[in-house]
Design a protein around this ligand. Structure first.
Ligand SMILES: C[S@@+](CC[C@H](N)C(=O)[O-])C[C@H]1O[C@@H](n2cnc3c(N)ncnc32)[C@H](O)[C@@H]1O
Length: 280
C-alpha cells in the first residue's frame, strides 16, 4: 500500500555489498511492486469477501489502473478457472507487466487481457469483481467525475458483482510528512506527502527509493490527487447506484498482521488504510 501507516516496523537493511539494488541499476516498477503491493493478500481478500457476500467464488476480475498487472497475474495464477482484465492508459507500464508478470505465467497468461484505455471508456464484458487499488481513482477530482467513474464500474459488474477500492486517512494524512520503510532486498521506500491544500483537498505525494550504497531515486513516482474521505466515497458510491457499501477496517490486534472486517465505528489513528466494498 502506498501510504502505509508509520507504525510499520523497519526491517534490517542488507549491507551495500549484498544488496542487488542501486539507483543506477534498479527498475522502478520492480521497486514499486516490492514496496507497496501485497497481491497474494489482496487476491485472498477479494476471494474471501466475494464468497461471503455473494455465496460463490469470483471468477472474473477487472483491475482498473492495473499498472504492471501484478494483481491480474496473481489472480489467474492461483486458480485455473479465473480470468482477469487489466486496464491502464500507459502502454509502457502494460508492456513491462507483460514481460515481467505475465510471460512467466506461461499458458496461464492466456487468461489475462490487458487493455490500454481510460478506465472510464466503455469496456467489453462484465466481471464478478472490479478493483481500483492504491488510491489510483483519486485522480478524479470532482464529485461528478468520480460518480461517473463509479457508475461505469457498476454497469460493468455482473448482477451480484462487487467493486473494491481503497482509501487512506488518519490524523497525519493531511500533513506534509515523509516516512521510510526498509524493504527486504536492501533498499528503503520513502513515502512523501509533499502538499495538502485544505481548501480543495488537492494533494501531491511522491515515492522515493534509497539504496544501501548511498544512492537515491528521487520522485520515482508522483501522484497529484484529490484527497477523498470515507463519508464522501460511501455517499458517491450510493449515488452511483450501488445498493450496499461497506467499509472494511483493519481490526488486527497484533502489529504486522492485517484483518479487514466490516466496520461502522472506529477510533481514528495517525495513519490508516481501509477498503470500500460496493455491491452492485
Ligand atoms: C498508482 S498506479 C496503480 C498500480 C496498481 N494498480 C497498484 O495497485 O499499485 C496508477 C496507474 O493508473 C494509470 N492511470 C492513470 N489514469 C488513468 C485512467 N484515466 N485510465 C486508466 N489508467 C489510468 C497510470 O498509468 C498508472 O499506471
Amino acid at each position: 500500500m502506498l501510504g502505509t501507516p508509520p507504525t510499520v516496523a523497519p526491517r534490517p537493511v542488507r549491507s551495500a555489498r549484498r544488496s542487488r539494488f542501486t539507483a543506477a541499476s534498479a527498475d522502478r516498477h520492480l521497486l514499486y511492486q516490492l514496496s507497496v503491493q501485497s497481491v497474494d493478500t489482496e487476491a485472498a481478500f477479494l476471494d474471501r469477501v466475494h464468497r461471503r457476500v455473494v455465496g460463490r467464488r469470483a471468477v472474473s476480475l477487472r483491475e482498473d489502473f492495473c499498472g504492471t498487472a501484478l494483481l491480474c497475474a496473481e489472480w489467474v495464477r492461483k486458480r485455473p478457472e479465473r480470468r482477469a482484465t487489466g486496464v491502464d492508459l500507459d502502454p509502457s507500464v502494460l508492456a513491462w507487466g507483460r514481460e515481467h508478470n505475465l510471460a512467466p505465467l506461461g499458458d496461464r497468461a492466456d487468461r489475462v487481457t490487458l487493455v490500454q484505455a481510460d478506465v472510464r471508456a466503455p469496456h467489453r464484458g462484465v466481471h464478478d469483481v472490479i478493483v481500483a487499488f492504491n488510491y489510483s481513482y483519486w485522480i478524479f477530482r470532482t464529485r461528478d467525475e468520480l460518480r461517473d467513474y463509479f457508475a461505469g464500474v457498476r454497469r460493468a459488474l455482473a448482477p451480484r458483482g462487487l467493486f473494491f477500492c481503497d482509501a487512506y486517512g488518519g490524523t497525519d494524512a493531511m500533513d506534509a510528512l515523509q516516512e521510510s520503510r526498509r524493504i527486504r532486498g536492501g533498499f528503503t521506500y520513502v513515502w512523501e506527502q509533499a502538499r495538502f491544500n485544505p481548501i480543495d483537498h488537492d494533494v501531491l505525494n511522491h515515492i522515493h527509493f534509497e539504496f544501501a550504497d548511498g544512492s537515491r531515486m528521487d520522485r520515482a513516482f508522483t501522484y497529484a490527487w484529490r484527497f477523498w474521505t470515507l463519508p464522501e466515497l460511501q455517499e458517491l458510491l450510493r449515488e452511483a447506484g450501488f445498493r450496499e457499501v461497506t467499509v472494511y477496517w483493519d481490526r488486527a490486534e497484533r502489529e504486522g498482521e492485517e484483518s479487514y472486517r466490516p466496520t461502522t465505528r472506529a477510533a481514528n489513528q495517525p495513519g490508516w488504510l481501509a477498503y470500500l466494498v460496493a455491491q452492485r
